[in-house]
Design a protein around this ligand. Structure first.
Ligand SMILES: Cc1cc2nc3c(=O)[nH]c(=O)nc-3n(C[C@H](O)[C@H](O)[C@H](O)COP(=O)(O)OP(=O)(O)OC[C@H]3O[C@@H](n4cnc5c(N)ncnc54)[C@H](O)[C@@H]3O)c2cc1C
Length: 536
């Protein structure tokens, strides 16, 4: 038995941004500009953390002078409400101009360039930008605006004051410190939820988007009483084999089968339009499928490489270099990765959540990616600053500040010398999710799987052990995954139809009546309870 103790420290501010990705940083910039005292917390380091840490290369937006009028159906793109979608298209170009003024190159050779990730016959709305250093620029801008950034702190849970969110509790991932943040408004911007389902690459961290984003924001919002939506409607990606970075839209070649027959139109379609192509070829024995770059010109190859580098595809380019492989002479395989979780906190066009004082932005609900993070980050900053300006200070006597519970949980994990590592627990949940709530779902499978998950969920906090603060962060991530996993099971059991990758063998058809509704899951009496709501 070890004797680790966490010292408690307090931090006060008007607005707390949890997560320092583009959403959290844009929120911090806008809230600071409104006069709020802002703190940004990131469990990694805002310079290179999260999904955008190593770069992005396309920014969804509408620039009328370049694209002309967009068809009306664009106001229905995305998975969020029409008001959110409309707000997105109306604001994205302003963010392009703002980012450009902050030194993020939004133009290519002096012009706005829409290319890649296109759908044949439709206007392209993906602006190619050179975003390798986006986070460096946003961090600089946030500091310039007056926000305080605290890196290497993981937020664990939210503080409630009579139904209003008024801060959070976190811990240092390097030093034995527990931090209590007392604030008037909180913005959740912790990105996506990875590591819940296995990604078919043989490694917990070889994932198509950042493996350190484990749905922490979703989990803490849920525990505080916020509903989560669309948690059962999973998605899939495809990309280079064993280099789990989704990326069909960035590779300008064509797919060929082993006999050299071209099997796609070669128009840089987004990866998520047919991710299962590779798996289907594999399963039928006709695979693998190869990305063939042999026909592209030197100029196009250099152009493609430029944006691959800006989109964080450097590992595969470095690998080709190390192995002395010229990808134009050696077609390489693609594969279909595992399930991911796009659903989450369905914030509105002002980034409000159902809980007063709690705002959310960016990939807390995965819909408009980096451009959405920029637009809704800024809006969340504005809304949170306005809320904080009229909010009363935290009532210490009334507020639920779970310091003792948090301290006990974290110290028990740190002090255990015999038990399970976070990797074992993470593998266990991935196994249960894949086997019982994966691509084949049914009442019997979901019921059996939920029982396994709940048994593990109860046991895991009693056996998890961490040798240091860093491992403690991994353990807490896994505990969050257990909450998200349970919610996913409950929602998948409630949705008695087949839709997207939610495939019920006992309800094999899509139900058009259900299509007009959204499934929300909320915590009631300690349990996740599903509820159908009309789509906004
Ligand atoms: C390699 C790659 C390339 C991509 N390319 C594109 C592209 O070209 N175009 C596009 O539109 N999208 C792209 N995406 C997606 C895009 O990067 C994301 O949509 C965008 O970064 C979302 O921003 P965000 O701020 O919501 O989340 P993130 O950028 O993921 O930031 C979340 C932050 O929260 C922090 N965090 C998480 N949990 C906690 C916690 N408990 N406590 C404290 N901090 C926490 C993380 O460390 C991270 O810094 C790409 C993604 C990847 C992985």
């Amino acid at each position: 038995m070890n004797d680790a103790r966490l010292n408690v420290e307090q931090v006060e501010a008007d607005v707390l941004c949890i997560g320092g990705g583009p959403a959290g940083l844009c929120a911090a910039i806008r809230a600071s500009e409104q006069g709020a005292k802002v703190v940004v917390i990131d469990k990694s380091h805002t310079l290179r953390s999260g999904d955008a840490g190593m770069g992005n290369d396309h920014f969804m937006c509408h620039i009328p002078d370049v694209q002309g009028e967009l068809p009306g159906f664009f106001n229905k793109i995305g998975k969020m409400s029409q008001a959110v979608t409309k707000t997105f298209w109306e604001n994205a170009y302003d963010l392009v101009k703002l980012w450009d003024s902050w030194g993020i190159p939004m133009k290519y050779e002096g012009r706005y360039e829409f290319a890649g990730h296109s759908i044949p016959g439709y206007p392209n709305f993906m602006l190619h930008f050179s975003g390798q250093n986006t986070k460096v620029k946003l961090t600089k801008q946030a500091k310039k605006a007056g926000a305080k950034i605290i890196n290497r702190v993981m937020i664990l849970d939210l503080i409630h004051d009579n139904g209003t969110i008024a801060g959070a509790i976190g811990f240092d991932v390097r030093n034995p410190k527990l931090l209590v943040f007392k604030t008037k408004a909180v913005i959740l911007a912790t990105g996506k939820c990875m590591r819940l389902f296995p990604q078919n690459t043989g490694s917990l961290f070889n994932t198509s988007t950042s493996p350190v984003n484990t749905g922490d924001g979703r989990a803490m919002a849920y525990r505080a009483g916020c509903e989560l939506t669309d948690m059962e409607l999973n998605d899939r990606w495809s990309g280079p084999k064993y280099f789990a970075r989704n990326g069909r839209g960035s590779w300008t070649g064509v797919f060929r089968d082993p006999n050299g027959i071209q099997i796609d139109p070669g128009n840089e379609m987004p990866a998520h339009f047919y991710p299962e192509l590779h798996e289907n070829y594999q399963k039928s024995g006709r695979g693998p499928l190869y990305m063939d770059l042999s026909d592209i010109s030197d100029e196009d190859y250099e152009y493609m490489k430029h944006f691959l580098i800006h989109e964080a595809n450097t590992p595969i380019l470095d690998f080709f270099k190390e192995e002395g492989v010229d990808p134009r002479e050696h077609p390489f395989e693609f594969m279909t990765y595992g399930l991911i979780t796009p659903g989450g906190i369905n914030y509105n066009e002002k980034c409000e959540t159902p809980l007063a004082g709690l705002f959310a932005a960016g990939d807390e609900f995965m819909s408009f990616y980096i451009a959405g993070a920029a637009v809704f980050g800024s809006i969340a900053g504005e809304s949170a600053a306005a809320f904080a300006a009229q909010a009363k200070p935290l009532d210490e006597k009334r507020a639920q500040i779970p310091v003792v519970t948090a301290k006990e949980l974290l110290e028990s994990v740190l002090n255990r010398t015999d038990g399970a590592t976070w990797q074992e627990a993470n593998n266990a949940i991935q196994q249960v999710m894949a086997d019982y709530c994966g691509l084949i779902r049914s009442e019997t499978l979901l019921t059996a799987g939920l029982e396994h998950l709940r048994r593990l969920k109860k046991k895991v906090p009693q056996v998890l052990m961490a040798q240091n603060q860093h491992e403690l962060m991994r353990c807490v991530e896994v505990l969050n995954l257990f909450d998200i996993g349970e919610i996913t099971f409950v929602a998948a059991r409630e949705r008695k139809e087949t839709r997207q990758y939610h495939r019920r063998t006992d309800f094999p058809f899509e139900n058009p009546i259900i299509g007009a509704q959204t499934l929300a899951v909320k915590k009631e009496n300690g349990q996740p309870v599903p509820k159908w709501i009309m789509k906004a």
